[in-house]
Design a protein around this ligand. Structure first.
Ligand code: MLC
Ligand code: AMP
Length: 515
């Protein structure tokens, strides 16, 4: 088999490593240095561990661990061994994890040692054969066993349509769906962004501040792939801390964040033009960047944030231009479709919209996922007959080709860059004793952009307390999904068809958290 016939994403990332493998690839904020060679050898050791387990092709490796460089190595190891990486948000609670593990049926589960007492039995009950621990202080059974393995490993052969990762993304109705991403989906996107954003592939390479979680598209794919495939060093923060990021800016050239990160950094007096003197590029995405933040950032730092748009199902779709010759970076827009991405806007009747007309955004391209894990009907529903994926986002393309997202047809709240599906939270509230029904609406929030507010009615004779409801929810749902307020009301507003009028509730509560 020739090298080029191997479409394994790790091989493509590895090809981008600089020639000096002893140079620093990752520097943690507390001063640990990892060379490119360390990344390659440690991921080889973990890959050898996985290979020794005798897993089937396509086996899922589910991972719920705190962010660490070793967790990234586990991701790289999974790729290079040819298995499927399934990252899980550390905020997920027991019932959420139970669902993901039951649905994905991973052969391997890696969790923190603090959670092993409940994740282990739950995984074994679901048929998982191997459970390891991994902590953010370079300990855990995964590293103990991998430490015994060889640091030489031949990258497994992968066809371009082989699965590389499954990302669970909440459904508009019902439970989360696993978006299946192939080696081709991820590699094509990484290659396109390498060029589009001008990553420096020759010395002096870029230096990326990595401060995002690594269980979603943004931190796991866009940031890590971008740095690795261009041979760029990463300054690695396990948690986002605006003070620490601003303190490290003078050493960096690239930063990526969700809008909340930019809002919080603007609260730091040390954020100045001087601090940003070596920066080349600030990128924002995952949620709408307010034009106020865009403008304030430009005034304070002299840099124009580049906003881009993507999804778990598609990785990156559009981006504002990097090079001035391609156009200006326009605040409030998400830029142009990336090379290779076909993006169209259609009205409710399925007709193409004219420039500036608002409609449903549909996309196609090598980055568009292979479907939802074990949900062929759902997959079919989300694609048009001619093969375009229905993003659920509503927007327009202007006369110059800039895409603007104006809303969503899916009932979704994006809070601090995390997605919250009202249907999931409502279902959870409705199970609480005494609750008759509930509605979750998204309202503006000065820090998180948008947050959920719950409006609940009681069954006759039941006495409910909003704070007690939130307390119960915290046991069952990831913290960012918990509504920031809960109101108990005599009844929910309904229209003539009996449908809850969420727009009225949104209007009523819109001033709760705006600055
Ligand atoms: C934390 N909290 C949130 C929240 N994050 N509430 C609403 N929305 C959020 N996103 C709440 C917690 O419940 C807790 O409440 C309190 O804030 C403190 O929790 P914390 O964990 O200490 O918060 P903090 O570390 O400050 O986290 C905030 C954050 C984090 C903005 C740094 O949310 C974050 O890293 N967001 C980035 C998400 C991301 O990477 N998205 C990319 C998705 S990919 P209490 O009441 O318990 O005190 C994607 C595709 C694409 O969308 O295009 O990129
Ligand atoms: P996820 O399911 O977490 O991948 O979230 C994807 C969704 O985030 C998209 O469908 C959009 O609604 C939203 N999104 C991502 N980037 C942007 C952006 N720059 N502006 C507005 N919305 C965005």
């Amino acid at each position: 088999m020739t090298e080029s016939s191997n479409k394994n994403l790790y091989a493509a990332l590895r090809a981008g490593f600089p020639s000096d493998l002893k140079s620093v690839a990752v520097e943690t904020d507390d001063g640990l240095l990892y060379s490119w060679d360390d990344l390659d050898r440690a991921s080889a050791m973990i890959a050898n561990l996985l290979d020794a387990l005798g897993l089937e092709k396509g086996a899922r490796i589910a991972v719920q661990v705190e962010k660490s460089v070793e967790a990234m190595m586990l991701y790289l190891a999974t790729l290079r061994a040819g298995y499927v990486f399934l990252p899980l948000n550390t905020a997920y609670r027991q019932s959420e994890i139970e669902y993901f593990i039951g649905n994905a049926e991973p052969e391997v589960v890696v969790c923190s040692s603090a959670n092993a007492s409940w994740v282990g039995p739950l995984a074994q009950a679901a048929g998982t054969r191997h459970v390891f621990t991994l902590d953010d202080d370079r300990t855990g059974t995964l590293l103990d066993v991998a430490g015994q393995c060889s640091d030489q490993h031949t990258v497994a052969h992968a066809a371009e349509d082989d699965l590389a990762a499954i990302l669970y993304t909440s459904g508009t109705t019902g439970r989360s769906k696993g978006a299946m991403l192939t080696h081709r989906n991820l590699q094509s996107n990484a290659e396109v962004l390498k060029d589009y954003w001008g990553w420096r592939t020759e010395p002096p390479h870029d230096v990326l501040i990595h401060a995002l979680p690594i269980f979603h598209v943004h931190g796991l794919f866009v940031a890590i792939h971008g740095a690795l495939i261009s041979g760029s060093r990463m300054i690695w923060l396990n948690r986002f801390d605006p003070k620490r990021v601003v303190a490290r800016l003078p050493e960096a050239t690239v930063f990526m964040g969700v809008p909340t990160l930019y809002v919080r950094m603007l609260g730091e007096p040390a954020l100045t033009r001087e601090a940003c003197r070596n920066m080349r590029l600030f990128i924002s995405g995952s949620a709408p960047l307010l034009i106020e933040t865009f403008n304030e950032w430009r005034e304070r730092t002299g840099h124009t944030i580049l906003e881009r748009y993507g999804m778990s199902e598609t990785a990156m779709l559009t981006s504002n231009p990097y090079h001035a010759v391609s156009g200006e970076r326009r605040g409030g827009t998400v830029g142009f479709p990336l090379p290779g991405v076909q993006l169209r806007v259609r009205n409710d009747q399925g007709e193409a919209c004219l420039a500036d007309d608002i409609g449903h955004i549909e996309v196609d391209g090598p980055n568009v996922f292979a479907g939802y894990w074990r949900m062929p009907e759902k997959t079919q529903e989300e694609f048009t007959p001619d093969g375009y994926f229905k993003t659920g986002d509503v927007g327009l393309v202007d006369g110059l080709g800039y895409v603007t997202i104006v809303g969503r047809s899916k009932d979704l709240i994006i809070s601090g860059g995390y997605n919250v599906y009202p249907a999931e939270v409502e279902a959870c509230i409705n199970e609480i004793a005494g609750v008759a029904e509930s509605a979750i609406v998204g309202v503006p929030h000065s820090d998180f952009g948008e947050v959920g507010v719950a409006v609940v009615t009681a069954k006759s004779g039941a006495a409910l307390d909003g704070d007690a409801i939130l307390g119960e929810l915290k046991e069952r749902l990831a913290n960012y999904k918990i509504p920031k307020r809960c109101f108990v009301v005599p009844e929910l507003p309904r229209n003539a068809m009996g449908k809850v009028q969420k727009a009225l509730l949104r209007e009523e509560h819109k001033g709760l958290f705006s600055a």
